[in-house]
Write a protein that binds this ligand. Structure first.
Ligand code: SF4
Length: 246
């Protein structure tokens, strides 16, 4: 019986598998289609273009789910991966004009798998309500997807490890505005060491996205006198979005 037309291909595949086995490879992962732009190890996050991906044939929500699955299996930061209950990817409208960016999950977020669900999250909900917004109108995410033990600040290496996930989220959502909640989020996104008191109250830009920085809701709970500054920041943001509030 003559060889099938696929015979050479099959022989090549068998040879490849045999050479991999000889090299000690036990398992070959099945490749899966990626619908978003990957950040290569040679490419800094700032070199990755934001905006709708040309490969994003699947809906944004589906692409975010694929990325969420990848984050769930990430062990780049051994301490965080070893202590987390689960990763906390982000929630909200995949087509939101506005993203809220925090620093990292806390104990409640780690337990429930959703960002800003504790007392600080309840205050964020009130801030959203005062701006005539709900969680369904915006997207909420963090710089880190895993809780740092004891709620310590993210280490710079951890923030770098997680940066490609953040940038891929932003690329898929393609928001027009980002509101950074607290110094850690603002400094990481904008690549600055300036204090939050100097960053708030004005517009910044991150790769074509307008950015407003304000105090973290947890800080507002400890320092109620700062709430008036956050309200000023939200009014600035809403004016820029074309939906001013009093
Ligand atoms: S913080 Fe980010 S990079 Fe680090 S282990 Fe978690 S998902 Fe991976």
């Amino acid at each position: 019986m003559p060889d099938s037309p696929n015979e050479p291909l099959l022989r090549s595949a068998v040879q490849l598998l045999e050479s991999l086995e000889a090299a000690g490879v036990q398992q070959v992962a099945k490749p899966r289609p990626i619908a978003y732009t990957q950040v290569s190890s040679q490419e800094s996050p700032s070199q990755v273009p934001l905006g709708p991906s040309t490969e994003a044939a699947a809906p944004r929500a589906e692409s975010l789910e694929v990325l969420c699955d990848e984050v769930a299996g990430c062990t780049l930061c051994p301490e965080l991966a070893g202590s987390r209950t689960q990763t906390v990817f982000g929630v909200g409208n995949p087509q939101a004009r506005l993203c809220f960016l925090g620093e990292a999950p806390g104990a409640d977020e780690d337990r429930l798998g959703e960002p800003f669900v504790g007392p600080a999250g309840q205050l964020l909900d009130k801030i959203l309500g005062a701006c005539n917004l709900s969680r369904n109108d915006v997207y909420i995410l963090n710089v880190l997807k895993c809780r740092p033990p004891g709620n310590r600040n993210p280490a710079s290496g951890e923030a770098q490890n997680c940066r490609s996930f953040l940038d891929q989220q932003l690329q898929l959502i393609a928001p027009e505005f980002i509101c950074c909640l607290g110094a850690i989020a603002a400094q990481n996104l904008l690549g600055t060491e300036s204090a939050i008191g100097r960053l708030r109250g004005k517009l910044h830009e991150y790769r074509g996205i307008k950015v407003v920085c304000t105090y973290h809701p947890a800080y507002l709970l400890r320092t109620p006198s700062a709430k008036k500054h956050t309200w000023d920041d939200m009014k600035l943001l809403m004016r820029e979005m074309g939906t001013p509030v009093d």
